[in-house]
Design a binder for this molecule. Sequence first.
Ligand code: HXC
Length: 267
Amino acid sequence: MSYKEGMLREDALKGKTILVTGGGTGLGKSMGLYFLKLGANLVITSRKLDVLGATAKEMESETGGKVLALSCDVREIEQVEKMWADALAHYGKIDVVLNNAAGNFISPTERLSTNAFNTVLDIVLKGTSNVTLTAGKSWIQSKQAGTFLNIVTTYAWTGSGYVVPSAAAKAGVLAMTRSLAVEWAKYKIRSNAIAPGPFPTEGAWSRLLPGDLVKKFDPAKKVPVGRVGDHQELANLAAYLVSDFSAYVNGEVITIDGGEWLMGAGE
Ligand code: HXC
């Protein structure tokens, strides 16, 4: 056995339809692919339909599953509502929302323009609330059970320099996760979160750390277990939290970072 292997039985998500925002690349793509392998139908969204379309094809040919690619900027409520309506029309129901879409700049805060700061708040906090409200209202109205899984980071509670808008927005997403876990449980809607530590994703790391920085950066340096995460480890945890095996887990945030955050917050 290895942490690089899938953990759940092959029908763990059979009959579920799962929406993954930011599902065309990176961690969203890895989690979505594993959901498919466990029998789920998938909806993936992002702003880039060409990237999504290629990912959907790749995922379908690898698993034989069904993937619907819909372009959607989560900051725009009209686009979110249209995406939700299109996904419902296609599959008839959606059972799970994985709020994974994010944006981030690593920068001294005083160098960020107001627009840059607000861009990160808008993608992370408003984007998550747009999708959450749309899905939640729809589930409540149709008396359908639902599950939210939100991606946050440990600096949502430790704080961290140079990622202030992201930290503020992720703290908001964590508060939303816990608050809705209390309020919407009566509608059979669960809300949980995962706080991943360093998991390499080509796109995000090279964009966040431009030029030589990405080569000099050793993401495993502060991790007590001495390595970065494998995407399958995150996918195993995400699949558990969206499956019915975790029916009694609600309002929880689970950190998967090899113990990194206990080494102390950044500047
Ligand atoms: C500072 C920047 C900037 C940068 C752009 N801006 N890049 N400011 N540093 N590197 C400014 C722009 O000048 C502009 O302000 C404002 O931000 C908006 O820029 P746009 O290009 O119009 O933004 P937009 O197209 O909306 O895209 C924002 C985006 C997003 C965040 C780049 O497109 C994106 O790609 N997100 C997905 C990738 C990602 O960020 N993943 C990271 C998640 S990982 P002005 O004032 O000029 O108009 C994560 C955890 C990692 O968050 C933890 C690591 C520590």
